[in-house]
Ligand binder design. Structure first.
Ligand SMILES: *Cc1c(COP(=O)(O)O)cnc(C)c1O
Length: 227
């Protein structure tokens, strides 16, 4: 089943969009099945859960942290994480930088933007992001590299709204690129699109879609959580 789902989704993605298999709450056996079907990028949203899965799965997996990250849990992911998609404050970025220094790493990070109409979603505004990027504290960081932006659209069946939110995130990326990352080839990622809306995200320029339930099946809890 998992292999079939993966193959179906991969067929719909252009070469320019990578598929992150969001395996949160799913058992290691499910991840192994996806791995055996060729999947190497996995997304998790809880630090300890990611640590435990990393410990028992093959080394060539790229682990993407996509959830709200508490500073006291950064240590569980820093030694091996490939990308943190959910930087939503200067303080969090500073804490990641500090922990990454201990491991002599430079960790790729995305700035998470609040693009949805719901109040509950985490993320920066453009003003907050610019304040972060203009700060002395950011300029001094040596162990993080900002490689793009991430966002979640409103959880709605109104696909015109979803499309406009994705388009907005793409615009944010373009503007930040011009103003702050004109000379950084690395600043190219736009992480957007989940199971129910990733085809629209791809049309609007997503470089990474984060797909969970369409690969692994519905998760146990009934309502959608965003942290
Ligand atoms: C859970 C989650 C996803 C995947 O959601 P699905 O609807 O299962 O595809 C993507 N992004 C984030 C940030 C998530 O927390």
């Amino acid at each position: 089943m998992i292999a079939d789902n993966l193959n179906k989704i991969r067929k719909t993605l252009p070469d320019t969009t990578r598929l992150i298999a969001v395996s949160k709450t799913k058992p290691v056996e499910d991840l192994k099945e996806a791995y055996d079907a060729g999947q190497r990028l996995f997304g998790e949203n809880k630090a300890q859960e990611m640590r435990d899965k990393h410990a028992v799965l093959p080394e060539d997996i790229e682990w993407h942290f996509i959830g709200h990250l508490q500073t006291n849990k950064i240590k569980y992911i820093i030694p091996y994480v490939s990308m943190i998609h959910s930087i939503d404050s200067l303080e969090l970025l500073q804490a990641v930088d500090k922990e990454a220094a201990k491991h002599n790493r430079v960790v790729d990070c995305l700035l998470q933007f609040h693009i949805a109409t719901e109040e509950t979603k985490f993320g920066l505004s453009m003003e907050e992001a610019e304040a972060l990027l203009q700060s002395d504290a950011y300029r001094q960081m040596q162990h993080v590299r900002i490689v793009g932006v991430m966002g979640m659209a409103t959880n709605t069946t109104d696909m015109d709204l979803v499309r406009s939110e994705f388009r907005h995130l793409k615009t944010i990326h373009t503007e930040l690129k011009q103003r702050y990352f004109a000379h950084s080839d690395a600043f190219k990622e736009v992480s957007m699109g989940m199971s129910h809306d990733y085809p629209i995200a791809v049309e609007e320029g997503s470089t990474m879609v984060r797909v969970g339930s369409s690969i692994f099946g519905a998760r146990q809890y009934g309502i959608k959580v965003n942290d």
